[in-house]
Every structure is written in C-alpha cells, then in structure tokens.
Design a protein around this ligand. Structure first.
Ligand SMILES: NC(=O)c1ccc[n+]([C@@H]2O[C@H](COP(=O)([O-])OP(=O)(O)OC[C@H]3O[C@@H](n4cnc5c(N)ncnc54)[C@H](OP(=O)(O)O)[C@@H]3O)[C@@H](O)[C@H]2O)c1
Length: 271
C-alpha cells in the first residue's frame, strides 16, 4: 500500500505534459483520479491509458478560464465522488510575446488560467477537505514566478501571484487551524513542448528539465508534504541576489542568459 492508496486526487490540465504524467504516477500508486482539462480528446486518451490501474478515473472537460464552469464542474465532482484529498492546480498557459504584442484577451486568459482558477478550484474543494479533517492543495507555479524575464510579463506575473496565493493560503490555514497542507512547485523550463524553443546558457547550472525528473520530484514533495519545491537548486540563488542593486541583478540575469532564454520560443504548435 502506498501513501496515495484510495486517496482521491484531482489534477487540472491532465490531458498532456506533467499533469498527464502525474496522473499515471498516482494511478500506479492506487489513487482514485479526477482529471480536468479543456482538451476532451487528450483527457479521453489519458483515461484510456489508465484503464488497467485499480483506482477509478473520472474525467471532466472544463475550461479553467471560466469561473462558472469551474464551480459547476466542481459541484458535479463533489456530487459524483465526494471531497477530494489532494487538489493539484496544474493547468497553465503561456503567450511568450513582448507586452505590446500580446492581445488583451490573451493576457486576461493567462491570468484566468494561471492565477484566478487557483482561487475558484480551492474555494470549491477546501470546505470538503476541512469537513473531512485533511487535504492537500498543490500549486504548480514556476521559477518564472520568482524571477521575471523578457516576453513573459503576463506569465511571470501570473506565476508570482500563484506563489503568493500558496504562501498566503498556507499561513491562513495555520492561523485558522485548518487541517490542510499546501505545496508550491517552481520548476525552471521543462521539455514538455509548452516552452518549445527556449534556450539555457549554462545547462549544467540551469538545465531544461526532463518531465520524468520533474514528476518524480513533485511526487516526492507531495508524499513528504514539503511546502516548497524549486528546481533546479540554482534558482534559489535568486533570493540573495535580490539584495544587490537592480543594475547588478539585471546584469547577472543577462550573464546567465535568462533574459534571452525566450528569444527563440515557439511554444506548442497550434497554441
Ligand atoms: N513546461 C515548462 O517549461 C514549465 C515550467 C515551469 C512551470 N510549468 C507549469 O507546469 C504546468 C504544466 O505545464 P506543462 O509543461 O505540462 O504544460 P502542457 O503540456 O501544456 O499542459 C498543460 C495542460 O493544461 C491544459 N489547459 C490549458 N488551458 C486550459 C484551460 N483553460 N482549461 C483547462 N485546461 C487547460 C492544456 O490543454 P491544451 O493543450 O488543450 O491547451 C494542457 O493539457 C503549467 O502550470 C506550467 O505553467 C511549466
């Protein structure tokens, strides 16, 4: 029996990338899964992949940029399965353009999916966790929430807000004595296709991460109820470097190639 046997785990953005891989890991460990995504075909394929596993798998098509859709889908999940034990807010999008080239509605959509959806899903499932006496809210943020970069104004700001959401929820839960854990995950670029074309200057310090590695570390962090996972470790350097004058900070970001990392970004075809 694993730590996740018979736990009900909800993963958003589970039709592809690390969301889909996390679903496989949880299924192998005996969890019951509730998978959300806007991509119905991808969700159905994910469910078929998991058919051989013992836990049940329920899929729900839901557009996480739409608050009403989130609340309606959450109500359906609660009616169908009762409260969830682990909520993984994983869905995310990126535009990857300079500020003046991003259509207004893309900026709004990025914040709706990467930030506001965290509020709506957590508000929908937190009461059930509290009633049950346990729960775990996992926020898949990004190293982009710790440090900004060119072509990422909307993405980095939305992920900084996600990190702040997790921190405030953690502190508020302590203050109110709520029986929940929170974990925030901040990876550097991952080779899932979402950030196709990105470059890193010193791959030995800041590698483009393999999704298998990222998922393994996330599973470990959730199992151990770690409050924060930043990868690779070198990203922690940003915190002390922020004590330097801004010109020195910017110079270091340029030296490490961070501010050029998105220059050849293409993203996933069709997005
Ligand atoms: N890849 C990286 O380099 C990287 C680095 C740091 C953090 N992250 C974060 O890690 C998370 C997962 O990233 P990933 O690389 O696995 O990305 P991914 O492969 O693109 O997976 C994201 C999933 O979210 C879904 N999604 C997008 N918009 C949605 C919406 N409005 N409603 C419901 N589902 C929606 C996508 O569906 P569609 O395919 O149909 O859009 C996709 O299935 C994201 O939060 C991302 O910001 C990624």
């Amino acid at each position: 029996m694993s730590d996740f046997t018979n736990q009900r785990v909800l993963i958003t953005g589970a039709a592809s990338g690390i969301g889909r891989m996390m679903a496989q890991e949880f299924a192998q460990k005996g969890a019951h899964l509730v998978l959300w995504d806007v991509n119905k075909a991808g969700l159905d394929a994910a469910r078929d992949e998991l058919a051989a596993h013992p836990g049940d798998v329920a899929v729900y098509t839901c557009d996480l940029s739409n608050r009403e859709a989130i609340y309606a889908t959450a109500k359906q999940v609660l009616d169908d399965h009762g409260p969830v034990d682990i909520l993984i807010n994983n869905a995310g999008i990126v535009s990857g353009k300079p500020l003046l080239e991003i259509p207004d509605e893309h900026i709004e959509r990025t914040f709706a999916v990467n930030t506001l959806a965290l509020f709506w899903t957590t508000r929908a499932f937190l009461p059930g966790m509290v009633e049950k006496g346990r729960g775990h809210v996992v926020t898949i943020a990004s190293a982009g929430g710790i440090v900004g970069t060119a072509r990422m104004t909307d993405y980095c700001a939305s992920k900084a807000a996600a990190i702040s959401f997790d921190e405030s929820l953690r502190l508020e839960s302590k203050r109110l004595g709520l029986p929940i854990h929170t974990t925030v995950i901040c990876p550097f670029y991952i080779s899932t296709g979402m950030f196709e074309g990105v470059k890193t200057r010193f791959a030995w310090l800041l590698p483009i991460l393999r999704p298998e590695y990222v998922v393994r570390r996330i599973m470990g962090a959730i199992r151990k109820k770690k409050r924060r996972l930043i990868m690779p470790r070198f990203v922690y350097v940003v915190y002390p470097v922020r004590l330097l004058p801004v010109t020195a900070f910017d110079g270091l970001l340029a030296f490490f190639g961070i501010n050029k990392s998105m220059d050849e970004f293409t993203g996933r075809a069709g997005h």
